[in-house]
Ligand binder design. Structure first.
Ligand code: SAH
Length: 265
């Protein structure tokens, strides 16, 4: 099971208490509860409490420390969130890779996710205390997210993976489907039927196939059709056959009659 208590959110030198409250709320929404504040400018604060709404417990249990070093002292994995790429290149992760790294080590190691100041982010010394940096791929014209929004994005990414792990893996798309997928044999019968009907209605000339059946196969493999849908299509094909047969038979009979009459003349 993913241990949410093994992940702490560290906010460095936050100036607006409202942001601290909003971060606490985002954390609680996503199941995290360990909040560490490095030299917050204004804390405790009624404004933080107001923005935390039902996450006041997280503010009450927040640990306040003097330095980032203190905040990450017991953490074996430290990942710093940064909107900008810095002069010194550092191992950079996407939010998803961050989630993977933390999840992979979650049983053994405590991890810290570090977020910077609203106006200036994390400084170089702070960034160098991190094993990895994480950048949210925001729009380059304005890539700096509000602090609590950044916390939310990373925590959400982590939660998705944590839930998947606890479920024994990502839910397959099939879990949500009400019908079985058609089997290979069923699909082959369908192709035969389709080809027969397309020939019967003069749409398809087997002497000049022009990749029609390959294209049909590709279309239906892409869809991964289910049994119900397959039965509907087979039903449509059968009805086409039923409806063209009398006319064909009539036409055939007429032709035969004409031939006979011609012979008799
Ligand atoms: N003006 C600051 C950004 C501050 S936003 C700067 O340019 O660095 C406050 C904090 O939110 C940042 O320090 C970072 O931890 C986080 N953050 C905001 N946008 C982010 C992004 N696109 N990717 C990763 N972290 C981000």
């Amino acid at each position: 099971m993913f241990n949410f208590d093994n992940v702490s959110i560290v906010l460095v030198n936050t100036s607006h208490p409202g942001n601290i409250g909003a971060c606490a709320r985002a954390m609680k929404n996503m199941g995290f509860s360990k909040l560490t504040l490095v030299q917050p400018e204004d804390f405790p604060s009624g404004v933080a409490v107001g923005r935390a709404v039902s996450a006041i417990d997280i503010l009450e249990n927040a640990v306040v420390v003097d330095t980032l070093q203190d905040a990450v002292a017991d953490c074996a994995l430290v990942i710093g969130a940064s909107a900008r790429s810095r002069r010194i290149p550092w191992p950079m992760l996407s939010p998803k890779q961050t989630a993977r790294k933390i999840t992979a080590e979650n049983k053994q190691n405590k991890a810290a996710l570090v977020f910077g100041r609203e106006d200036a982010g994390l400084n170089n010394d702070e960034l160098q205390l991190c094993h990895f940096h994480v950048q949210i791929p925001a729009d380059p014209t304005y890539s700096s997210l509000n602090l609590a929004a950044a916390v939310m994005v990373i925590c959400y990414e982590l939660r998705k993976l944590a839930l998947a792990e606890n479920d024994g893996g990502e839910r397959a798309e099939d879990d949500f489907w009400d019908q079985e997928k058609a089997t290979g044999t069923q699909v082959e019968y369908f192709y035969e039927h389709l080809e027969r009907v397309m020939i019967a209605i003069n749409f398809h000339d087997p002497k000049n196939p022009r990749q029609l059946m390959q294209r049909m196969r590709r279309l239906f493999s892409r869809i991964r059709i289910d049994v119900m849908e397959m039965n509907i299509l087979r039903g449509i094909l059968s009805n086409i056959e039923l409806n063209i047969r009398p006319k064909n038979l009539e036409a055939h009979r007429e032709q035969e009659l004409e031939k006979k009459q011609l012979k008799e003349q």
